[in-house]
Ligand binder design. Structure first.
Ligand code: ARG
Length: 458
């Protein structure tokens, strides 16, 4: 018999019960559900809404249920409507009438809003640690590669020289902003909906400050209708996670390219790659492809939540039960990706020689060649044209700017002298890019200091 059976003359249809039930996916919030109920029972006792004795009995009963679920002694009833009904029914089974007092001045509407906030708060803390670990691994890797020259690309065409450290630190900056977004999300989420009741608060003189405090919230939510209606915290988290996935996905795309024979900038550790069932030579970067694929899935979760909420009148509507599978899917997949991506990066082999060889081709010092003339007094546009003409000559002759004879340079302008070779060497081109945030080892050293400070490293 359902806990709400009073108004009904029939048992619920079995198919409808299964359709309606959320225990299959909300059981994972049992800890938070019990934690919330313990705070509620404590407050009811302190406010004299139930006796102290009943309050203590309820708390002890809830603690026992928690221990029994944790130890596997108590299994979830798949026919229960949701985790909230399951815990309450179990409590009443164990305590009799006292158990029936727990739900005084509370609704499942504020209860579910509370449980989800508590649950996601814990998940954000875990994702935060995983993202921080990823940043730390990237920083450590960057420290080893401040002199490793790599072609920087635009339009996937070799553009200007950077270093591998500089490239990695670009991702560190993105992930650091993701950490900031996680913190913002957690901060805004940290208000307590408990005490909103079904939608219109309660006539009991409850103490919402107390429950908010007991549960580690900054404050109770200011409006009871909002307290039970809003799911913007799920949407905000799904958005934060989508951006995090987008960053991981772009990085994954680069890893996929870098693993190819065409690039061969890196090689994944055998433990982090897969083979083909038919082609014996294959070593596939499946992890990174899955991260790219799962990014689509997390975006889908965000879309689900946005679309699910867009037409709902205040206050609670059952549509909102769909929030959980979407946000849990996003959270689970982000965690899986971070847990796999980080050790994959930590163990991959970096092929400095191939990075350098790629940097030596593709005329990525053509801008520096123009800048050489600018430093000797020529306007940049004229210098740009000469450098471009020289590149075209090199392509026609199968040469590079480094191997083009000085006479050819001097035919363009006598401003070219022997020192041009030094000016356009890859080392000079990288070391010279000293602007703040640039790739020179000196500028990267400063970026490393800042990133490490933010991550509390060393
Ligand atoms: N299982 C429900 C959910 O996840 C709990 C809230 C039910 N409230 C209600 N009035 N039916 O949204």
């Amino acid at each position: 018999m359902a806990l709400w059976a009073g108004r009904f003359s029939k048992e619920i249809d079995a198919g409808v019960n299964a359709f309606n039930s959320s225990i299959a996916f909300d059981a994972r919030m049992y800890r938070q559900d019990i934690q919330g109920s313990i705070a509620h029972a404590t407050m009811l006792g302190d406010c004299g809404i139930i006796t102290k004795e009943d309050s203590q009995t309820l708390i002890a009963g809830l603690q026992e249920i928690l221990a029994d679920i944790d130890s596997g002694k108590l299994a979830f009833d798949p026919n229960a409507e949701d985790i909230h009904m399951f815990v309450e029914a179990e409590l009443t089974k164990r305590l009799g009438d006292v158990g029936k007092r727990l739900h005084t001045s509370r609704s499942r509407n504020d209860q579910v809003a509370l449980d989800l906030r508590l649950y996601l708060r814990d998940e954000i803390a875990e994702i935060r640690v995983l993202t921080e670990n990823l940043c730390k691994v990237l920083v450590r890797l960057a420290e080893q590669h401040t002199e490793t020259v790599l072609p920087g690309y635009t339009h996937l065409q070799r553009a200007q020289p950077v270093t591998f450290a500089h490239h990695l630190l670009a991702y560190v900056q993105m992930f650091l902003r993701d950490l900031g977004r996680l913190d913002d999300t957690a901060k805004r989420m940290n208000e307590c909906p408990l005490g909103s009741g079904a939608l219109a608060g309660t006539t009991y003189h409850i103490d919402r400050q107390q429950t908010a405090k007991l549960l580690g919230f900054d404050a109770p939510m200011a409006n009871s209708l909002d307290g039970v209606s809003d799911r913007d915290y799920c949407i905000e988290l799904a958005n934060t996670l989508s951006i995090l996935m987008m960053h991981m996905s772009r990085f994954s795309e680069e890893i996929i390219l870098w693993c190819s024979w065409e690039f061969k900038f890196i090689e994944l550790d055998d433990a982090f790659a897969t083979g083909s069932s038919i082609m014996p030579q294959k070593k596939n970067p499946d992890i990174t492809e899955l991260i790219r694929g799962k990014t689509a899935r997390v975006y889908g979760d965000l879309q689900t939540l946005l679309t699910m909420m867009k037409g709902l009148p205040l206050a609670y509507n059952k549509d909102m039960q769909e929030d959980k599978e979407a946000i849990f899917d996003a959270v689970d997949n982000v965690k899986l990706c971070l847990e796999t991506f980080t050790p994959m990066l930590e163990t991959m082999r970096v092929n400095r020689e191939n990075m350098r060889a790629a940097a030596a081709k593709g005329f990525i010092n053509a801008t520096d060649c123009a800048d050489y003339l600018v430093k000797k007094g020529m306007p940049f546009r004229d210098a740009y044209k000469i450098s471009g003409t020289l590149v075209a000559q090199c392509i026609a002759k199968g040469l590079t700017l480094e191997t083009l004879p000085l006479e050819e340079y001097q035919k363009m302008t006598p401003l070219f002298t022997e020192d041009v070779y030094e000016a356009i060497s890859l080392e000079t081109c990288v070391k010279g890019r000293v602007s703040e945030g640039g790739p020179s080892p000196a500028a990267v050293a400063k970026q490393l200091v800042l990133a490490k400070a933010k991550l509390g490293m060393e």
